[in-house]
Design a protein around this ligand. Structure first.
Ligand code: NOJ
Length: 553
């Protein structure tokens, strides 16, 4: 990843998301750390990823796995020191891997010194004003609750302050007051601190909720966008080439403004697309994917969607209709223990019953739809989860490096790990681990390496336009990606059975499709419909090569 020379580097990136604590334990205390992570960079380089996204590693009481920040400028002692982080950064950069960290803007931990100071300071003082207070809990009544399983209100009474404080997430995560210029200046300094160290980008956590206004939903407000423009302007001025990625779990038309006129975030996750990919698979119908992408507005030239199948949270069902939600729950979370808040707490492989062809099909979509793909650690080997663990812990278990009792994650015994490795017979580390899959040429891991290598050879995937191709069979999703001379046709069979389709590729008549994994030439596209057949859950990417005459002429 040439972050220094190419300001649009994030468009070609392959992102890998992990938690330092969950990846590799270098000092044998049972918790993953930066030393362990540095030791695994060769693995990540061989996998082909070009950007490492680290979940929060800052000092924190860890009541929300680090999203409850108690010090924005440090490293949690369990994970190492700032020096260790610097080493990680240098070692990642040496391998061409960019590093993305979290900027948790919206809230802090209630242990943060700013909050401790605020609750003691007199009402109306600048210190008190770092957070959002009220004498009653009726303000901003139009605001929804996000963590519906744990929270009853967005207000919590603070005895010491003698007032209620506002929080969109857990009650131990008070929201910062972005109307206070001092707060904005503080967070800007935090950004400078990490950018100055060489961090390449920031995931802006929970970004729609920065500012509150009476009579609104307190989400996506113009004042929130103004804060982002301020951050972006400073970043561009002081650290050109660094990237901002918005976590805004919203409809595409509400996310669109987070790109601004190219003067807010460079990237934003496409939340509504993700459940629809799973829905299309279960319905064996391309319609949900086509529909949401058709309803996705165009974004400025330098901007990019962030794509993902799974991440560290529950598979959120906030951006679907009620009927669609019911369907998703029936299809993917019959076991009520798999449900959490408005979502499903499962990893990729268990969601699709560990069916290799379905995992491959979903990845083929992740890696060929318009945007930058993110792989959640462990999904490249098909790791499982544990719905019996609290909150989202069941999808945050130790990375499975080998079949050893502690999964090769740590020298400590399994009972001493921050979380026990998965041990069930299907997904446990004895059955699913990196060591075995590296030795097995037909493993999922080797397949993923291959797919990533292929994707990186064609910049059209990260940069090109998207056009859907109409066909005679709705079980086959077909689209063309185009960038300059490069034209790629992607076809995916969402059905478990073999399917034919006749695609309307008239616009490409004369071109020769070359299947990209095997370099096999397919019949030239003529004026009439182009017939294609795919096995159950099959997919193919074809380079549409211009006829030789057109090339030389
Ligand atoms: C979004 C994060 O992805 C999630 O893990 C966290 O709990 C909330 N933001 C609150 O910070």
């Amino acid at each position: 990843m040439d972050v220094d020379r190419d300001p649009l580097w994030y468009k070609d990136a392959i992102v890998y998301e992990t938690h330092v604590k969950a990846f590799a334990d270098g000092n044998g205390d049972g918790v993953g750390d930066f030393t362990g992570l540095v030791g695994k960079l060769d693995y990540l380089e061989a996998l082909g990823i070009t950007c490492l996204w680290l979940l929060p590693f800052f000092p924190s009481p860890l009541r929300d796995d680090g999203y409850d920040v108690a010090d924005y400028r440090g490293v949690h002692p369990a994970y190492g020191t700032l020096e260790d982080f610097r080493r990680l950064l240098a070692e990642a950069h040496r391998r061409g891997i960019a590093v993305l960290v979290e900027l948790v803007l919206n809230h802090t931990s209630d242990r943060h010194p700013w909050f401790q100071r605020a609750r003691r300071a007199p009402p109306g003082s600048p210190e008190r004003d770092y957070y959002v207070w009220s004498a009653d809990d009726r303000k901003y009544a139009g605001t929804r609750i996000i963590f519906t399983d744990t929270e009853r209100s967005n207000w919590t009474w603070d005895e010491e302050a003698g007032a209620f404080y506002w929080h969109r997430f857990f009650s131990h995560q008070p929201d910062l007051n972005f109307d206070n210029p001092r707060v904005r200046a503080e967070l800007l300094d935090v950004l400078r601190f990490w950018a100055g160290m060489g961090v390449d980008g920031f995931r802006l956590d929970a970004v729609p909720y920065l500012v509150e206004r009476e009579g609104t939903s307190c989400e996506n407000l113009p004042e929130t966008h103004a804060v982002l423009r301020e951050l972006r302007a400073a970043l561009d001025r002081e650290f050109p080439g660094r990237m901002l990625l918005a976590e805004a779990n919203q409809w595409p038309w509400d996310v669109r403004p987070y790109f601004g006129d190219g003067d807010e975030c460079h990237m934003a996750f496409h939340f509504p697309l993700m459940p629809r990919v799973f829905m299309a698979l279960r319905l064996e119908d391309a319609a949900p994917i086509v529909d949401i992408l058709r309803r996705t507005p165009a974004i400025p030239e330098a901007c990019q969607w962030g794509l993902f199948l799974r991440n560290h949270d529950e598979l959120t069902l906030e951006m679907v209709s009620e009927e669609e939600r019911d369907y998703m729950v029936l299809a993917y979370a019959r076991d009520p223990r798999a449900r959490l808040n408005v979502g499903i707490r499962r990893r990729l492989a268990p969601l699709v019953d560990n069916a290799r062809r379905r995992v491959e099909l979903l990845n083929s979509l992740l890696f060929s739809m318009p945007g930058t793909p993110t792989v959640y650690y462990g999904d490249e080997i098909g790791m499982g989860d544990d719905v019996l663990r609290p909150d989202r812990d069941g999808v945050r278990t130790p990375m499975q490096w080998s079949g050893a009792p502690s999964a090769g994650f740590s020298a400590a015994p399994p009972e001493a790990l921050y979380s026990a490795p998965i041990t069930d017979p299907v997904y446990g580390c004895a059955a699913v681990n990196v060591e075995a899959q590296l030795r097995d040429p037909s493993s999922l891991l080797r397949w993923m390496q291959n797919l990533i290598r292929l994707r990186k050879q064609f910049r059209v995937f990260g940069r090109g336009s998207l056009e859907f191709v109409s066909g005679t069979n709705r079980r086959i999703l077909a689209y063309v990606r185009r960038w300059g001379e490069d034209t790629v046709l992607c076809v995916a069979n969402l059905s478990r059975h073999m399917q034919p389709s006749a695609l309307d590729l008239q616009a490409f008549a004369g071109r020769v499709p070359v299947e990209m994994l095997g370099y096999t030439e397919f019949p030239r596209i003529e004026r009439g419909p182009w017939p294609v057949s795919l096995g159950g859950y099959g997919f193919a990417w074809f380079e549409l090569r211009a006829p030789a005459a057109a090339r030389t002429g």
